[in-house]
Design a protein around this ligand. Structure first.
Ligand SMILES: C[S@@+](CC[C@H](N)C(=O)[O-])C[C@H]1O[C@@H](n2cnc3c(N)ncnc32)[C@H](O)[C@@H]1O
Length: 299
């Protein structure tokens, strides 16, 4: 089975302009691989049919054949066809802006939900999208499902870690994702490393569109660990910083911050949720939708 992410619970070419803005000139279907191939700052270890592989698999989640079966037998279909993000005002705003901006979109730590891409595809069949995850098996399985269902057009895949993004400086105009940063596995250090890589590779005035989660009451969580005699996860033992403050600290301008949803962790989420229910302690979680910009001055 997949290891659980802490918070839940994507050939260099010597062309003069390598930025994603050129998508409209290149043509949506014909040039998509060519388009994305121009952003890399190094050769992939491998490239096969719309999937670039750069390594550092160990930074991502671990999945096995059982996960792949579950994905092929319903989970991907559910992810692809859900209207969840389109029906929520905060996430809808992100998706409308990504589509409205018409810049090729890179989804980070896309996971089995493929982030914001299924929702983007419902309102735009043309926007070039690159789905990124550290786990290559996940993306091979996604490609298999999309091909089988005749829906592969305009989506490429790249396997790399958010801690080591193989992209040239200032080369991407639109990154985003659903619980992308929250899903990384090295706590505060990891969030800052991922944000530094995103910032470095974003074009000035490029945007980061993310929905991220945070814990509402860490002392209550520590009480659950204490009562259940479990060792607190490392992320709870370090100084807590809100996403808002972390984005500012990493150099981004916050253009918009809206509540996506809040709820309590429950027994279906993970072991911590089970222990919280047993102890009768509520563990609140809040998801916010952010539109962030790298300032024009950041060249
Ligand atoms: C729970 S999913 C995130 C939600 C996902 N965006 C979705 O829409 O379903 C976690 C994903 O994050 C990926 N991940 C975790 N750490 C990563 C990292 N450092 N770089 C890239 N992907 C990472 C995992 O491999 C996994 O597929």
């Amino acid at each position: 089975m997949a290891s659980c992410c802490p918070a839940s619970g994507i050939r260099a070419a010597p062309l003069p302009c390598h930025r994603f803005q050129r998508s409209r000139q290149i043509g949506i279907d014909r040039g998509i691989s060519e388009l994305f191939s121009k952003v890399w700052n190094r050769q992939p270890n491998e490239y096969e049919d719309g999937l670039w592989l750069f390594g550092r698999e160990e930074d991502g989640d671990y999945f096995d054949d059982e996960d792949a079966l579950r994905w092929q037998n319903g989970r991907f279909e559910q992810s692809w066809f859900t209207d969840k993000l389109l029906n929520n005002a905060a996430s809808r705003k992100l998706i409308d802006e990504i589509v409205g901006n018409r810049k090729p979109y890179v989804d980070l730590a896309c996971g089995p939900g493929m982030g914001l891409i299924p929702s983007i595809r419902k309102i735009s069949s043309e926007l070039p999208c690159l789905a990124v995850d550290a786990n290559s098996m996940l993306m091979k399985e996604w490609r298999k499902w999309l091909n089988r269902n005749g829906m592969q057009t305009g989506i490429e895949f790249a396997q790399f870690s958010l801690f080591d993004v193989p992209v040239k400086d200032h080369a991407v105009n639109a990154y985003g994702g659903f619980l992308s940063l929250s899903s990384t596995r090295s706590g505060s250090k990891g969030y800052d490393a991922a944000l530094a890589e995103i910032y470095r590779t974003l074009a000035p005035q490029g945007r980061l569109y993310v929905i991220e989660s945070e814990w509402v009451d860490v002392p209550a969580i520590l009480k659950v660990f204490e009562r259940s005699c479990l060792q607190p996860w490392n992320c709870f033992l370090e100084p807590q910083l809100t996403w808002h403050d972390r984005f500012l600290q990493s150099g981004f301008r916050i253009l918009s911050e809206e509540l996506y949803m809040n709820r309590s962790l429950n027994s279906e989420d993970n072991e911590l949720g089970r222990e919280a229910e047993k102890a009768g302690i509520r563990i609140g979680m809040q998801w916010n939708a952010y539109i962030l910009e790298k300032p024009l001055s950041a060249r």
